[in-house]
Design a protein around this ligand. Structure first.
Ligand code: BEZ
Length: 236
């Protein structure tokens, strides 16, 4: 690792850093082109590598599902545009993996040979690699605010069910003013914000609100049907 080099990274709650980039779908201005949509901006280490190929095929197969949740996908690696194009062509024409074949990657893949974007977003982790971005995931909301950040090393392919769960859980928290407990999935009980007075705590313990199930005064949940959540979130 180089000495005296400070590698910064944006944090949850920050505005997504702005950039202009060339992608496999043309030029993009980020995040302004995505105003009004959720976005998953993710990096991968390198084109023509097996873990990345399995990830891209999975993400491309799930693209419609993410778009139904108003979430767009944008990929990035520090490879050049022609490498990206050649790799995506190979994926479509040659790779038959786990029942996925003829897979067309229709979301933009950013070329970042200068590492400008990868550096801005803290996707370069020199302890892991000086030349490849790690597997970073930034979930950005329709106002351009970073809401979740996940990092994986080069050797570990991401869990795309979890990425989808994160998008749905964030939207559910925003739309219903609740929080989601461990391992939450739509239809499971959600957490109702704690009342901020001694009176509210007493009411909770006395069971005044029949919709609440309280494990203690600071930990109450309620049911929201899966259908109610999905109807509010998914555009079908
Ligand atoms: C892969 O995607 O297979 C990979 C990329 C970089 C390092 C190790 C594995």
């Amino acid at each position: 690792m180089e000495e005296n080099v400070v590698y910064s990274m944006p944090r949850i709650g920050d505005k997504a850093p702005e950039f202009k980039a060339i992608t496999t779908q043309g030029e993009i201005n980020f995040p302004s082109d995505y105003k009004g949509s959720w976005v998953i901006l993710f990096s991968h280490p390198a084109d023509f590598t097996p873990v990345c190929t399995s990830e891209f095929m999975t993400f491309a197969t799930l693209q419609t599902k993410f778009e139904e949740a108003n979430c767009k996908l944008v990929g990035l690696s520090v490879d050049g545009l022609f490498s990206h194009i050649a790799w995506l062509r190979t994926i479509k024409e040659k790779i038959d993996y786990k029942g996925m074949k003829n897979v067309e990657v229709k979301f933009p893949l950013i070329e970042d040979i200068t590492m400008e974007v990868a550096t801005k977003y803290g996707m370069m982790m020199p302890g892991e690699s000086n030349t490849k971005a790690v597997r970073a995931v930034f979930v950005i909301d329709p106002q351009g605010i970073i809401r979740t950040i996940l990092y994986y090393p080069l050797s570990l392919g991401r869990n795309f069910d979890e990425l989808y769960r994160v998008v749905i859980a964030l939207q559910t928290a925003d739309k219903f003013g609740i929080a989601t407990p461990a391992d939450w999935r739509p239809g499971d009980e959600v957490i109702v914000p704690t009342g901020g007075t001694c009176g509210a705590a007493k009411d909770r313990m006395e069971g005044k609100d029949e919709d609440l199930k309280c494990y203690d005064w600071f930990f109450c949940t309620k049911k929201i049907d899966k259908d109610t959540i999905l109807k509010k979130i998914l555009k079908k």
